[in-house]
Design a binder for this molecule. Structure first.
Ligand SMILES: NC(=O)C1=CN([C@@H]2O[C@H](COP(=O)(O)OP(=O)(O)OC[C@H]3O[C@@H](n4cnc5c(N)ncnc54)[C@H](O)[C@@H]3O)[C@@H](O)[C@H]2O)C=CC1
Ligand SMILES: O=C(O)C(=O)Cc1ccc(O)cc1
Length: 302
């Protein structure tokens, strides 16, 4: 079904959207929902008094709730925006309060574990459509969010086999109106692709920054002083939320370990080439990767 057929105009996509968790992604979704009129009411839930106080000051919620059940009651769309490891408990807590016909989604960076943990709690008659915006920053918490985060970025939906296509189409429309481009795929494929494009790069960044700071004191000072753009980029990524990334690696274990194995083999190949002075091998690989980068830039400009 084309999204045009659902809402031919700019009416709100949903009456009431409930966001469970008010960090970078939850607050960005609240901001964009309000800015672009995606929902008539944005209900936000956060467990801590301090975060709720801050959310009230920032003013991105129409209603603010300590208990997720109060936010999700009567909601047409519920998006769980917690770290991946907390999604199952969040689904269990809200399940009895979900409205028949409501759509439940999430934004987790891993999909198979989210389906495994949330799926069993979603009641009959409620549509579960997992999602993952490929958009973010190294910042976290309610202050980090902004309405433009999803603009021009991919959002991957992983609908379950046998799920309601109309629910998926409506969620697609929501993300499209938030500025995203949508791709659908199965959860297993998602986890493999993201293991190499996002999870492994973060692991490498965490490692290289940690290796650099473990160097003896004098060298460490030089590292900080002369950190050129390459290393700086790594430090930005390595500043990402520790709990969120702990949960990603624990919940995408198989795919990350497989990619890590391949990566280690490729690294050994380069190590060998350097040891034996095989410049042709180095140059050939670097030429190949340069072509890939240029291809990505050209595809973006097209
Ligand atoms: N940060 C990023 O760049 C991106 C993150 N994601 C995914 O989005 C989700 C949220 O990430 P962020 O918004 O960046 O995190 P965040 O740390 O900024 O916010 C997480 C929110 O969840 C709440 N929370 C934490 N543990 C909880 C629990 N046990 N029960 C209930 N609430 C809990 C926190 O209080 C906070 O409000 C994660 O699953 C992450 O994998 C997806 C795309 C990009
Ligand atoms: O800040 C960056 O460079 C990111 O890579 C953000 C990010 C983090 C996790 C995701 O699942 C998607 C995007």
């Amino acid at each position: 079904m084309s999204t045009q057929e659902i809402t031919p105009n700019n009416d709100p996509v949903f009456e009431r959207v409930a966001l469970v968790g008010a960090g970078l992604i939850g607050s960005s979704l609240a901001w964009v929902s309000r800015k672009k009129g995606l929902a008539r009411h944005v209900a936000v839930t956060s467990r801590s008094d301090a975060t709720r106080k801050r959310v009230a000051e920032l003013g991105f919620a129409d209603s603010l709730h300590a208990e997720a059940k109060d936010a999700v009651t009567d909601a047409d769309l519920v998006i769980v925006c917690t770290p991946v490891g907390a999604c199952g408990a969040a689904a269990e807590a809200i399940a009895p309060y979900l409205k028949p016909g409501a759509i439940v989604s999430d934004v987790g960076s891993v999909k198979m574990a989210v389906v495994r943990d949330m799926g069993p709690h979603i009641p009959e008659g409620v549509h579960f459509v997992p999602g993952h915006p490929i958009a973010g920053t190294e910042h976290s918490g309610p202050d980090a969010g902004f309405a433009e985060l999803f603009e021009g970025r991919w959002c991957i939906l992983t609908p379950l086999p046998g799920g309601d296509p109309a629910a998926t189409a409506k969620l697609r429309l929501f993300w499209e109106r938030a500025g995203s481009m949508i791709e659908e795929m199965d959860a297993e494929h998602h986890d493999k692709v993201l293991a190499i494009t996002s999870h492994l790069p973060h692991l490498i960044a965490y490692t290289i920054v940690s290796t650099a700071v473990d160097l003896e004191e004098s060298t460490k000072n030089e590292v900080i002083k002369f950190s050129a753009s390459g290393f700086r980029d790594f430090t930005r990524i390595a500043a990402s939320d520790p709990v969120m990334w702990r949960d990603i690696f624990l919940n995408n274990r198989e795919a990350v370990l497989e990619m890590l194995q391949r990566f280690s083999e490729d690294l050994s190949y380069l190590q060998r080439a350097i040891r034996w002075g095989e410049g042709d091998k180095l140059q050939e690989l670097f030429t190949r990767t340069r072509t890939i980068r240029r291809g990505i830039i050209e595809a973006k400009q097209a």
